[in-house]
Write a protein that binds this ligand. Structure first.
Ligand code: GTP
Ligand code: MG
Length: 170
C-alpha cells in the first residue's frame, strides 16, 4: 500500500527530435529506428522511486508537427515539468526548442520546471548544435541541460530522476 506522489510531465519539441523515443526508452526500455510520428499526443504512465519516495508520472508525449501546435496548451497546462527536446544534428530543431521555452515561460511562468534535452547524442559525428551554444542558452534561461540518446539510453533515466528531485514532494 504505497504512497504515490503524482506528477504530470509534458514533452515538447519539433517533429522527429525523438520525444516518443525518449518516452518509450524510459517507460519500456525499447528503441525503434522506425518510430512513427505521433498523432495529437500519447499518454503513458510510469512509477519510479527516487530518494525513497514513490512517484507516479503521467507523461504526455505531444506531436511535434506544426499542425498540432494549437493543442499543446492542453498538455502543458498544469504540468509540473516540461522536457523540451531538440536533435543535436538539427539547428532548426534547436531554434524550435527556444520558441517552446519562450511559450512555456510566457504562459506557465514559474509554475513549470523546464529541462532542455539535447537528444541523438549517438549521432555526435553529425553534431550541428554545439554544447557551448546550448549551455549558454540554458544558463541564460536558468534551465538544466541534459545530453541524451534514446537509442543508447544515455541519461534518459537521469533526466527524470534529476527533475523529480526539484519538484514538490506532494
Ligand atoms: P513527433 O511525434 O512527430 O513529434 O516526433 P518525435 O519527436 O516523437 O520523434 P520520434 O521519437 O518519432 O523519432 C523520430 C526518429 O528519430 C525515429 O526514426 C527514431 O528512431 C529516431 N530517433 C529518436 N531518438 C533517437 C536517438 O537518440 N538517436 C538516433 N540515432 N535516432 C533517434
Ligand atoms: Mg512522437
Amino acid at each position: 500500500n504505497e504512497n504515490l506522489i503524482n506528477h504530470k510531465i509534458v514533452f515538447l519539441g519539433e517533429s522527429a527530435v525523438g520525444k516518443s523515443s525518449l518516452v518509450i526508452r524510459f517507460v519500456q526500455d525499447k528503441f525503434s529506428l522506425s518510430q512513427e510520428p505521433t498523432v495529437g499526443a500519447a499518454f503513458l504512465t510510469k512509477k519510479l522511486k527516487v530518494d525513497d519516495l514513490n512517484y507516479k508520472l503521467q507523461i504526455w508525449d505531444t506531436a511535434g508537427q506544426e499542425r498540432y501546435h494549437s493543442l499543446a496548451p492542453m498538455y502543458y497546462r498544469g504540468a509540473a515539468a516540461a522536457f523540451v527536446v531538440y536533435d543535436i544534428t538539427s539547428m532548426d530543431s534547436f531554434e524550435r526548442a527556444k520558441k517552446w521555452i519562450e511559450e512555456l515561460k510566457k504562459i506557465c511562468g514559474e509554475e513549470i520546471k523546464i529541462a532542455l534535452l539535447a537528444n541523438k547524442m549517438d549521432l555526435d559525428e553529425n553534431q550541428r548544435v554545439s554544447k557551448d551554444i546550448a549551455l549558454e542558452f540554458a544558463t541564460e534561461k536558468n534551465l538544466q541541460l541534459f545530453e541524451t540518446s534514446a537509442k543508447t539510453g544515455l541519461n534518459v533515466r537521469k533526466v527524470f530522476e534529476e527533475t523529480i528531485k526539484i519538484l514538490p514532494k506532494t
